[in-house]
Design a protein. Sequence first.
Length: 347
Amino acid sequence: MRAMVLEKAGEALRLSERPDPVPAAHQLLIEVCACAVCRTDLHVVDGDLTHPKLPLVPGHEIVGRVLEVGRSVQAGFKVGQRVGVPWLGFTCGTCSYCTSGQENLCDTAQFTGYQIDGGFATHTVADARYCFAIPDRYDDVHAAPLLCAGLIGYRALKAAGEARSVGIYGFGAAAHIVAQICRHQGRAIYAFTRDGDTAAQDFARDLGCTWAGSSLAAAPVPLDAALVFAPVGELVPLGLRALRKGGTLVLGGIHMSTIPAMPYDILWGERVVRSIANLTRKDGVDFMKLAAEVPLEIHSEPFALDEANIALDRLRAGQLTGAAVLVPSQTRKDVDPGQLAKRVGPA
Ligand SMILES: [Zn+2]
Ligand SMILES: [Zn+2]
């Protein structure tokens, strides 16, 4: 197999040839068809998340075909079937979290593309208990972002309860999926982007957002809830100021810069701040059912496997509007990096 490998945090990924993985009894051997690039991959590569196994194959938004089924796999997986592999890759199954439907909080959980080799590769193995069927209406490249941007976005939105007016801070891959779910559910979306990022604001309006503007701007109406997908601590007080009394601010990222000190009165009035950690298997099943019903227009930009570093750079620089997706069968585009930097915007 070929894989893009992280040997040390802070370094570029390196293309390497390795023996094909052999599935353990509980695993599936998967040929990777597409793997989306998530901000969490960037946090792993940059060393913001400090416990990766090394060397590591990143990538946790995997869509692939089953090549081999481990002998003790219970659920009905078949060779040739298309499956998705998300961030949550292992939980103990016995702790108080695992036995109460909160396995996303398991103390000994392991994560795909972090403690388990992931999908920036031609092949991978995954615990069948954490693999999901993918709705047929999405092809591989457009299905891959569902596995984290979609799933975490969905879990964040669930934490917003019945909110009718929802703010979104950071209008990237997760936001563009959440906005479409909200539109389907009749909720009004207010999109907050980096100051001056008119491309992202136009993109948000195209997806049906009621309003789009700078994250430094005041919300046009007091919001029932707001979701923060950008890893920027300064957005927490800004988001709180945008909420009505009793409103909820949901933080969807796994890593965030330090939250600045803030006056109590912006939290007062029973406003709630909470984070979202990982996903449960139920989230995966429920969200894939929703994605089968709602025709989500997923904005994906394909990259060849060995363009992973370019895709990460583009994400770091805020130059992607949808999601970058690595496609192992694709060959590297014969263009210079300057050209690549101009390929901004939805496919
Ligand atoms: Zn557990
Ligand atoms: Zn992710």
